[in-house]
Design a protein around this ligand. Sequence first.
Ligand code: NAD
Length: 356
Amino acid sequence: MKHYKIALIKGDGIGPEIIDEAVKVLDAVSAKEDFEIAYNEYLMGGIAIDVKGEPLPDDTIKGSLGSDAVLFGAIGGEKWDTLPREKRPESGLLKLRKSLGVFANLRPTTVYDELINASTLKPDVIKGVDLLVVRELIGGIYFGQPRANEGNRAYNTMVYEKDEIVRIAHIAFLAARKRSKKVCSVDKSNVLEVSQLWRDTVQEVAKEYKDIELSHMYIDNAAMQLIRNPKQFDVILTSNLFGDILSDEASMIGGSIGLLPSASVGGKVGVYEPIHGSAPDIARQGIANPIATILSAAMMLRFSLNEVRAAERIEAAVKDVLKDGYRTKDLSQFGAKEVCSTSEMGSIIADRVSKI
Ligand code: NAD
């Protein structure tokens, strides 16, 4: 029997509710497989500020580093929005990513046939979309120095070292190899020097992947193409800021932000989280959709624990449950046979996992 140690960071808002459901599903799948999971909870975000006075306490970093993976809910809320930037919940998350060295953020977008009408885009535009955004996560303008707000003048620095581009490019090409063998690298090299280095470097790395078709697109065009014809994309490779924007845009192709998982990998320990935030507007009402977090747990099984069959069981259970018409409130207008609470949805998926 294998034993894994998972750091749970529930965070704020709906974070605790959705993580509880992911744990339910993980327990169901581990009961069917040859492994056991021990969970340790750590604080980050607003809750950590309230309890410990800082958004990312040292024991959260230490506990995460000592685990096989981190499963994270979401952080943030109005209560902490007036704090200085470095004391806010979001700075805790940026610091965690940096401390663990997770430079590659993988965000898959899948369209479920049963939810094809949930997207604001026309069904024939999105049917069959299956794309992966590979976003550089710990460099670029979010971290570049110098940065300052001097009152009448403010600035940030978009900077990439060549080796930062090389390592994220390898992740994209390797991912494409397991998919449809296409990488589209998105930049703004017609205007930005940093993007020219990005493009030249990606081209250089591509020489090692002759089986992968590489194309380049400017970010403004990519934002448009993603809505015009998302099926043209397989893997989108891009920098931190552009990836942040494009992956949220891509999320709407799938219909609900409550469905989409993410993995942040490449460092010492992987971090797995839904792409949405802490949704304070629906917290503690039992209506949040836990599927994005449950699918993030599946990504954790696949990428950090190498428990591929367990990951597939969860993904199949989610598909089945959606096919059977179970919906949380966010998707209740789209083919719902039964509208369920956050906790009911977790239990139904866990039950299905046990039967697959
Ligand atoms: P959000 O993603 O929290 O919510 C946007 C909208 O989507 C809301 O109407 C919300 O109710 C809905 N929604 C989100 N997740 C849902 C789910 N699982 N089920 C059903 N509906 C869901 O974004 P926001 O409102 O811009 O931000 C709220 C807080 O979250 C802010 O403090 C922000 O900084 C923070 N945030 C955190 C993260 C993170 O922790 N990684 C990411 C983005 C935003």
